[in-house]
Design a protein around this ligand. Structure first.
Ligand code: 6PG
Length: 263
């Protein structure tokens, strides 16, 4: 990804490097959201094509910011170039809603991406909706562990190739919201959250599950997020996103409006 700093290396191995966090993560700054999204789509395509020693696994974010990316991936020149059969898709979080609910991240991804491309249905791992939220979290965690091939995360063995995250104005990411018990969760890979400020019970990857990524990418745009990006990069403890780490690398993909003024 072009920008003020070199893009993360495109590594074909599962080598994850030294690790990164929100302070050490690299900045990739683009003139506007379209340019940032276009470069992210190019970079994802490059990564997916380069990954030949196993499936290319992505955990995708909900919210509005990444919707342009998903639509872009579902259209040319990307739709015919991504190796869909070699890709595995997961969600970083979802609202505990039926997948056809208008506020479901799974439903949004089905509408924008999965219904338009030839990804095998068994490669799309939407967050379950059956039973209670806690039961769905346990079921999703079991699905992740089956994919990973072990019940405990191992140093240097990533669960995801790419973990795409957004950033809320209050410093939340995925469904890791301020003041929520899930912020203390360091064993489970999936947990629940009932944020007072956001609608619906949520299911979310936890910090250790997000850390188990070769590449963590924050995609953030707009002047309204500039202050929050600065707080998270300064690791302000009031922002749950501050504590995000990556066993590989971490990149901030920003438009100029969300980027630090001095960058
Ligand atoms: C969700 C997302 C959430 C999102 C932020 C930013 O389920 O809503 O996973 O973490 O990324 O709230 O949302 P916007 O991109 O809409 O600003």
């Amino acid at each position: 990804m072009t920008g003020h700093t070199p893009s993360p290396k495109t590594s074909t191995s599962t080598d994850t490097g030294a690790g990164a966090d929100t302070r050490t993560g690299t900045l990739a700054i683009f003139d506007d959201k379209a340019a940032a999204t276009h470069h992210l789509a190019d970079w994802l395509l490059q990564e997916a094509l380069a990954k030949t020693d196993g499936p290319f696994s992505l955990a995708l974010s909900g919210g509005s910011t990444p919707q342009l990316l998903y639509s872009m991936m579902a259209s040319e020149p990307y739709a015919s170039r991504f190796p869909w059969a070699r890709m595995q898709f997961f969600l970083g979080d979802d609202r505990f809603l039926a997948h056809d609910h208008e506020d479901s991240n799974s439903g949004m991804l089905n509408r924008l991406l999965f219904s338009h491309v030839p990804v095998p249905a068994e490669n799309v791992h939407l967050i379950p909706t059956a039973g209670t939220a806690e039961e769905a979290a346990r079921a999703y965690e079991a699905e992740l562990k089956t994919f990973y091939g072990a019940d405990t995360l191992k140093p240097g063995k990533p669960l995801f190739d790419v973990n795409l995250l957004g950033l809320g104005g209050d410093g939340h990411t995925a469904s890791l919201f301020p003041g929520q018990p899930v912020l203390k969760e360091r064993t489970a890979w999936v947990s629940t959250c009932v944020p007072p400020v956001a609608p619906y019970t949520r299911l979310t990857l936890t910090y250790p599950a997000i850390d188990a990524s070769r590449h963590v990418v924050f995609l953030v745009e707009g002047a309204s997020k500039r202050e929050t990006v600065a707080k998270v990069r300064a690791q302000d403890p009031s922002c749950p996103a501050s504590a995000i780490t990556s066993m590989g690398d971490l990149t901030w993909v920003l438009d100029r409006a969300a980027a630090p003024a001095d960058a």
